[in-house]
Design a protein around this ligand. Sequence first.
Ligand code: ATP
Length: 239
Amino acid sequence: MPTDQPEDALLTVSGLTAGYGTSPVLHAVDITVPPATLVALLGPNGAGKTTLLRVISGLLRPSAGLLRLAGQDVTRLRPHRRAQKGLCLIPEGRGIFPSLTVGENLELQVPPWMADAELGRVLEMFPVLGSRMKQVAGTLSGGEQQMLALARAVLARPKVILVDEISMGLAPRLIDRLFEALTELAAAGISMLIVEQYVQRVLEICPLAYVLNKGAVAYSGSSDSLGRDDIAAQYLGTA
Ligand SMILES: Nc1ncnc2c1ncn2[C@@H]1O[C@H](COP(=O)(O)OP(=O)(O)OP(=O)(O)O)[C@@H](O)[C@H]1O
């Protein structure tokens, strides 16, 4: 049975079971994301991390389980309704419009009621974008494209951003800057559930972590304990 939402939770996933066709992938997964907190979602290849993000964002229907956002049951809402309620996915491979300019990518995300000041505030968080508003987004470097994907997500005024492999293919210096941006967004009140291949680095910025193994939660708790535990070696190959 799905459990009740803990009082301090922003997003809860309870008893979530899902898969593709007749192949089950996730088995009774429980996850809690508190407000303004970065949560790492780790696990070996094929564990079901991306599948879980797809179910949470509404792209894939679960066969059982409950999803709550800020106390509200969103399990049956379509993806765009979840986005309106503050649930935002940055998929693996970015999530920008590569043939549009940086400015157009951002303007598409600005709701009509939003003041220009809000766009200015987001550009202050991502200064590299301000000087490239007229550049075609597909010609930005990989790191700049990820900054644009993050800036677009922030403009949607999210409560929770689901981040899938944002560091994929980037140089270490750019990954540092991106991870700084994630930390700044948490300080600004946004929660994130982060799938990331750089296990040790993501544990440094996320106080909480979940490890999925074969579609089930193998660890949930503080990143500190995970770092110390054998479980990291056992499930993540980080020994
Ligand atoms: N569209 C799909 N149709 C059928 N099976 C799929 C589909 N997408 C993923 N799967 C399967 O679901 C399982 C979980 O895949 P998923 O991509 O969620 O894992 P992951 O933990 O994100 O892996 P990785 O770290 O390698 O990206 C895998 O066995 C995969 O083959």
